[in-house]
Design a protein around this ligand. Structure first.
Ligand code: SF4
Length: 690
């Protein structure tokens, strides 16, 4: 057998683009390396710096290799038998003493569909819907708005059709140049080379701005708005569209409902005042509106700059409003398209690791839906929706006594990390499954060492709804277990039946029975290309774009609803005169658990920093490169100042990746009322030199 024949085709473990990679196992774990896969379905062989460094964490010296149990405040090694006994014993005790809702279960988009499916089934068999995953933190509001107004909480289109058909990319609160590098360089860049226009709406000039040289051409535009003013900006755009008669009247009449509400909402709307509030010249917004409305096909891309607000649902609803009034949905090159974070960002929700829905987004409080799932599972599911992530950690030590965490790191990922740590200390029991000793795992009572992306198989669903297979390259540490094996063992020990599966494919076969949009998929049919959901029957090829004929709402119509400006919960005042906003870097990955341990990535950005506008730097006496302390009502961090016009005056910008100085020591845990997503993108803050 040649080296080439032995290489394994799998999926990059990092972002939601879901690039195919081909990995040569090598003679020993440290020799693992990439080999070309030129016809990989999503990325045609290209990978970014993060994907290229993915093997560096697999055999890292920090890997957890044996189960650990805490005794007198210290971890010691234990056998798997002892660790499982302790986990099962504590889960049984908590249920007996406090009831099933005293446990919370955290899935993760770093883990696969089968693993999240089994974890949410475990929670429901235990008797609680307190199960959630990290996508709550990134796009819960997007999912809510898209599901309610169009039908499915996912990208309406796919990257390939956007590249081929879109004339205008409206990118608001997203930064594909940094967060989805291959989507940006392969799909969007190609479209731009062929004439497409980019309109970027963001308080921060970033790699997306630079990659399209937006500031240097007349064709593209960057509307650099104040953080938290997305609704007024879009209302200026929509009102401009209405006043100029640029609406698609036929589409609005035949395919939408609620247009009158939008008209009423905007009847007394003052565009000049709103433009001033946004900090963007009115004529620039009007020009952007014209470019979008005059395009044959215009696509909206939306990111966490929109979703991570207390008005996150309304932010996305207003993007939907714009798309619907101009008829830009239901065709190639159009739609409202969330660019989402992790390689299984879509699937974790699809398979039901959420407190309010079962697999396939079937509401847990819908009797008929619940009964159909119960018929497959053979047990009753509680009918009341459970708590979300932040609600669970807020209730820790109060109504919640224990946490089961699979691959998630809430100390770093949730806002107000100091609060999270305080609450974790109050818990009676925490079990963490992970590959490294994370900032959260330190609080656990039992740590179960899991395998990495390169060691196990399963499926992941990327940001454009493509379900793809991951395949194991090689096992690295003999005493680690796959997440699926661990959850399966815990479930079997607790309940005897319903959790004993042979392999990931066996789990997938059950998953497709209860998840209608996956029903037509099998491992064989997924092959190397994967399939975009919905795929209802074997042989369906999946839909590259949605809503050609009708929307998946009860009425079959797209729902328009006018929204008004809601400022962030914290606005600048005398004590905290700046607005802090946050985002991620290309070279790091969310809480940094993997990327901070990757030498290639860490070399690029070994520490955190803060972007400050030159005028603000002068006002506060800050020099480029010196240390500054940033304080909010929740905590403080000390980081290096990067004085730059990239950030809007009056705002500062930093990242959540670094444990020593994470933005999430400062961010506000106030939630969007409906989607329960925290307001990461706007917090009042002050700066002090030193
Ligand atoms: Fe991996 Fe995303 Fe980079 Fe592709 S773009 S190689 S999926 S990190």
């Amino acid at each position: 057998m040649t080296e080439e024949q032995e290489a394994v085709k799998t999926i990059c473990p990092y972002c939601g683009v879901g690039c195919g990679i081909k990995v040569q196992p090598g003679a020993k774990p440290g020799d693992m390396r990439f080999v070309p896969w030129g016809d990989a379905p999503v990325n045609e062989g290209r990978i970014c710096i993060k994907g290229g460094a993915a093997t560096e964490v697999v055999d890292h010296e920090d890997r957890l290799t044996d189960p650990l149990v805490k005794e007198d405040g210290e971890f010691r090694e234990a056998s798997w038998g002892e660790a499982f006994d302790r986990v099962v014993g504590e889960l049984e005790r908590i249920r007996e003493e406090h009831g099933p809702d005293a446990m919370g279960f955290f899935g993760s988009s770093k883990t696969m569909n089968e693993e999240n499916y089994l974890l949410q089934k475990l929670a429901r068999r235990y008797g609680t819907n307190n199960v959630d995953n990290c996508t709550r933190m990134c796009h819960a509001s997007t999912v809510w708005a898209l599901r309610t107004s169009l039908g499915a909480g996912a990208m309406t289109n796919s990257m390939a059709d956007l590249e081929e058909a879109a004339d205008v990319f409206w990118i608001q609160g997203a930064n594909p140049g940094e967060q989805h590098p291959i989507a940006n360089s392969q799909y969007f860049r190609q479209a731009v080379l062929e004439g497409a226009t980019v309109i970027q709406v963001d308080p921060h000039a970033n790699k997306t701005t630079r990659s399209f040289q937006i500031e240097e051409t007349d064709r593209h535009m960057h509307l650099q708005l104040n953080p938290g003013t997305d609704i007024p900006l879009l209302n200026v755009v929509i009102k401009t569209v209405l006043e100029n008669g640029w609406i698609d009247e036929e589409f609005v009449a035949e395919r939408t409902e609620g247009f009158e509400h939008l008209e009423e909402t905007l009847a007394d709307f003052d565009r000049e005042e709103a433009a001033e509030q946004c900090g963007v010249p009115l004529e620039d917004i009007e020009l952007a509106a014209e470019k979008y409305a005059m395009a044959n096909n215009a696509a909206i891309f939306t990111g966490m700059g929109m979703s991570q607000h207390t008005c996150g649902v309304d932010n996305v609803q207003n993007e939907i409003n714009l798309a619907l009034v101009t008829g830009n949905v239901g065709r190639p090159g159009t739609g409202v398209n969330p660019l989402r974070g992790q390689n299984n960002v879509q699937g974790t929700c699809d398979v039901g690791a959420m407190p309010n829905v079962l697999p396939g987004y079937q509401p847990v409080d819908d009797d008929e839906a619940r009964k159909s799932v119960e018929a497959v599972w053979g047990f009753e599911v509680p009918p009341e929706p459970g708590l979300t992530n932040v609600e669970i950690t807020r209730a820790a030590g109060d109504t919640v006594a224990g946490l089961y965490i699979m691959g998630e790191n809430p100390v770093m990922s949730e806002p107000d990390g100091n609060r999270v740590e305080e609450r974790l200390r109050e818990l009676e029991f925490i079990v963490a499954q992970d590959i490294f000793m994370t900032e959260t795992a330190k609080y656990a009572d039992v740590i179960l060492p899991a395998t990495t992306w390169a060691e196990r198989g399963g499926t992941v669903t990327n940001t454009d709804r493509r379900v793809q297979r991951m395949r194991p390259v090689r096992k690295v540490h003999g005493n680690t277990k796959h997440d699926l094996e661990i959850v399966s063992e815990v479930g079997t020990r607790l309940f005897g039946e319903g959790f004993d599966f042979e392999d990931p494919e066996d789990v997938f076969e059950e998953l497709r029975q209860v998840c209608p949009s996956y029903h037509g998929m099998t491992y064989d049919l997924l092959g190397e290309e994967g399939i975009h959901w919905p795929c209802y029957e074997p042989g369906d090829e999946g839909d590259p774009y949605l809503y050609e004929e009708s929307f998946d709402t009860e009425s079959g119509l797209g729902h328009i609803e006018g929204v008004r400006h809601q400022p962030p919960r914290e606005t600048p005042d005398e004590e905290y005169p700046m607005i802090l906003t946050t985002a991620r870097l290309e070279e790091h990955y969310n809480t940094g658990t993997m990327s901070r341990r990757s030498p290639t990535l860490n070399r690029q950005h070994p520490e955190n920093f803060v972007d400050i506008h030159p005028n603000d730097a002068e006002r506060y006496g800050v020099s480029d490169g010196e240390d500054v302390t940033i304080r909010s009502r929740r905590g403080e961090i000390t980081v290096r100042a990067n004085v730059t016009e990239a950030i809007k005056e009056g705002s500062i910008w930093t990242t959540p990746h670094f444990a020593a100085a994470s933005a999430n020591r400062l961010t506000n845990d106030v939630l969007d009322e409906r989607a329960k997503i925290p307001e990461y993108k706007a917090a009042a803050a002050e700066i002090e030199v030193g």
